[in-house]
Design a binder for this molecule. Structure first.
Ligand SMILES: Cc1ncc(COP(=O)(O)O)c(C=O)c1O
Length: 387
């Protein structure tokens, strides 16, 4: 029986639930994107998005998914045949590698087990070995959405600096921005890639690049073909609050509202809330007697938890049971983890009881699907929430 009353529980790790205030903002009549009202809107969101990235530099906004913002980061900074260093932390790191190769870059892809983040020691080793400085960029997925593992960007930056290597640092924050502490300027990131449908609590449709001065200088030399993704016309048009092509006006109305929500709660409180919800979720998973995919205590994601099922159990069957019986969507296992893992999204517009309801649904769904679970899991999560 499919539950049809109440709200659907969208507990995938993005797109996330869009708050009512943001939905109402999205529903405003579309305005003239060449008029003064639009310029005020654009200048406002272009300014107020900066603290979310932890930057005082420019942030370019594209009408795109995150994949477009990935491409923008590469084509604006690199040239055909450039070497880049990337790490197999999971499905999204692998897709970004594939994109880099398809654009004509040569990728050194460090293999990984999909349970750990980027190892800063390996970054140090690879860059120290590159005495001729042939590696043009290091590509890192901050929060690997397929595994629930968060790489330690400040340590990666320190490894690049210790090696005295000039490579650019390109970081994907698609499932961490606005959920997990992130500091583009302080951590010395050159291009931060993100998009709208996760921590920013918006529907899909906006892609972002935050750009360092070093990346802007690299863009002068970069020779990969670029047109739609070219930063330069954006940066010029943005000065006066316009875009080089028709902007996603209503998504920008939504962005203004979402930024107001983040400002009201305060970013440190937003991050603390995500940390707490992640800790409660891990308490449930471990209490049930199940395993979290992330294998390093320092790298647990605060925006999602990937749960490994015991041999002989199908994670997709569990998800189907939960969807059919409790009207809740959970994330599927991706790539190598398909069928073995399901993912609980706990990012964006979420409170303690949303999480408690989510975990209760997971608990019941596991039982109904025949996965043996210890009843101590749910109370362990509630204990964290009570604390
Ligand atoms: C870490 C990460 N990178 C990139 C992407 C691709 O983004 P999109 O599907 O919006 O193109 C996703 C999508 O979930 C993601 O989680």
């Amino acid at each position: 029986m499919t539950a049809s009353s109440g709200r659907h529980f969208l507990q995938i790790p993005g797109p996330t639930n869009v708050p009512d205030r943001v939905l109402r903002a999205l529903a405003q009549p579309t305005i003239d994107h060449r008029g003064p009202e639009f310029a005020d809107l654009a200048l406002d969101v272009l300014r107020r998005i900066k603290p979310v990235f932890g930057t005082s530099g420019p942030v370019v906004i594209y009408p795109s998914s995150g994949t477009g913002a990935w491409e923008a980061a590469l084509v604006n900074t690199l040239s055909p045949g450039d070497r880049v260093l990337a790490f197999e932390t999971g499905h999204f790191a692998t897709l970004w590698r594939d994109m880099a190769e398809s654009l004509g870059l040569v990728v050194d892809f460090v293999p990984g087990d999909w349970r750990h983040g980027v190892d800063p020691a390996v970054v140090a080793e690879r860059l120290a070995a590159d005495e001729q400085h042939g590696i043009a960029a290091v590509m890192v997925v901050h929060n690997e959405t397929s595994t629930g593992v968060t790489s330690r960007v400040p340590e990666i930056r320190a490894a690049i600096d210790d090696a005295g290597h000039p490579a650019l640092l390109l970081v994907d924050t698609i499932s961490s921005l606005g959920s997990i502490d992130y500091r583009h300027d302080e951590w010395g990131v050159d291009v931060t890639v993100s998009c709208s449908q996760k921590g920013l609590m918006l529907p899909p449709g906006l892609g972002f690049n935050a750009i360092s001065a070093k990346a802007l200088a690299a863009a002068e030399r970069a020779r990969l073909p670029r047109s739609y993704w070219n930063w330069a016309p954006h940066l010029e048009a943005n000065e006066s609050g316009s875009f080089p092509y028709t902007p996603p006006t209503n998504l920008l109305f939504g962005l203004r509202e979402a930024l107001a929500l983040l400002e009201t709660e305060g970013l440190p409180q937003v991050f603390a809330r995500h940390d707490r919800h992640a800790a409660a979720t891990r308490a449930a998973v471990r209490g049930w007697g199940l395993e979290v995919v992330c294998a390093d205590e320092r790298e647990h994601s605060s925006s999602l938890t990937a749960v490994l099922l015991p041999e002989g159990h199908d994670a997709d069957a569990v998800r189907k049971t939960i969807l059919d019986r409790f009207d809740m969507s959970l994330g599927a296992g991706l790539g190598k983890l398909a069928g073995r893992v399901f993912r609980i999204g706990h990012l964006g517009d979420l409170n303690d009881l949303t999480l408690a309801g989510t975990l209760a649904g997971v608990h019941m769904g596991l039982e109904l699907a025949g996965v043996p679970v210890d009843p101590a899991g749910l109370p362990a999560a509630l204990e964290v929430l009570r604390g």
